[in-house]
Design a binder for this molecule. Structure first.
Ligand code: CA2
Length: 152
């Protein structure tokens, strides 16, 4: 069975409770419930985590990458600052998709750069919490294809 770990960084615990014009009204628990439904329907094992601490996010990535799980990551502001998150993805060979609720390219310049994007298979942003659904739909066939390949 393929596994997906959905990892959320700092302040995403506030989703749906503040700044609705930017981040919408759905809470992180709502995102988790929806993805759990999609995962059950697709026969995929899903872990959903949030932390406000950079080092803990590194550990979450390592755990997922080393176990062969796919990673859907919204690293929040650490996207724009953290070499450590990039190294964790690259260093564990994690198959990862970066997601954002907002369109970071339509916002301040400092949100236009991502340290993780070059080591992710793709980036999805700007679709509200549907960015997570789109990432799930994209990552599952990639993981299934990888699982079907005989390992070298
Ligand atoms: O759009 C996204 O998903 C972001 O990753 C959200 C981050 C931001 O730093 C990134 O540039 C883009 C912020 C985390 C969410 O913070 C909230 C604050 C108040 C209310 C809701 C969320």
């Amino acid at each position: 069975m393929v596994a997906v770990h959905v990892l959320n960084g700092p302040n995403l615990n506030l989703l749906g409770t503040r700044e609705p014009a930017t981040y919408g009204a759905v809470t992180l628990a709502g995102v988790e419930a929806r993805l759990k439904e999609k995962a059950a329907a697709a026969g995929v094992e899903l872990a959903f985590k949030q932390t406000n601490y950079e080092g803990e996010l590194v550990s979450f990535i390592q755990e997922a990458g080393l176990s062969g799980a796919g990673v859907i990551i919204n690293a929040g502001a650490y996207t724009h600052t953290s070499v450590a998150l990039r190294d964790a993805i690259k260093g564990t060979d994690a198959l990862a998709i970066e997601v954002h609720v907002s369109n970071v390219h339509a916002r301040e310049d400092f949100r236009h750069h991502s340290y993780m994007a070059p080591v992710c298979v793709g980036v999805i942003c700007g679709f509200g919490v549907a960015s997570y659904d789109l990432a799930f739909d994209a990552i599952v066939p990639l993981l299934q294809k990888r699982a079907a390949k005989p390992s070298a």
